[in-house]
Unconditional design. Structure first.
Length: 158
């Protein structure tokens, strides 16, 4: 029988595979073009950054792994236009490592406890991590749709 923490780990591995696939598509300039205030590179960054943020035990404990994170959305978008695929790959690897480091310290009992995000409405770490997975998948869907609309191969579903 799979424990809850094992199931969360399996799902997070799939999330990271899809985000790596999304990152591997960064070539040319399509990913830094804004359309209706929406940019592939920003959405990818946002999906990764949200995972990083919620892997902390509270908003106050979060220390961004990227110098981009402390800015406004507008500044982040402009900053990200000057980054390259290597930046996204490195950032994703750092967040992935941190994620599995955090998850590796938890057991099923820990997942059912509240943390500093309870004031945001999360009833437990499990609730928060479920949200993180859903949030990432919404953005993976957006990224995949963008790729398809540009005639590119969409992100492989894991």
């Amino acid at each position: 029988m799979t424990s809850i923490i094992e199931a969360i780990n399996i799902e997070m591995q799939a999330v990271f595979k899809m985000l790596k696939d999304a990152t591997s598509r960064i070539e040319g300039d399509f990913w830094k073009k804004s359309e209706n205030k929406w940019m592939y590179g920003y959405t990818l960054f946002h999906a990764i950054e949200a995972i990083e943020y919620y892997m902390s035990d509270s908003p106050e404990e979060w220390v961004p792994l990227s110098e981009v994170s402390a800015n406004s959305e507008e500044k982040e978008t402009e900053t990200l236009k000057n980054k390259n695929r290597q930046f996204f790959e490195n950032y994703l690897l750092k967040v992935e490592s941190k994620t599995f480091e955090v998850l590796g310290k938890l057991d099923d009992k820990d997942l059912l406890e509240k943390d500093g995000f309870s004031k945001r409405g999360f009833t437990s770490r499990l609730h928060k991590y479920s949200y993180v997975i859903r949030h990432a998948m919404v953005h993976v869907g957006e990224l995949s749709k963008t790729l398809r609309s540009l005639g590119m191969k969409s992100i492989k579903w894991e």
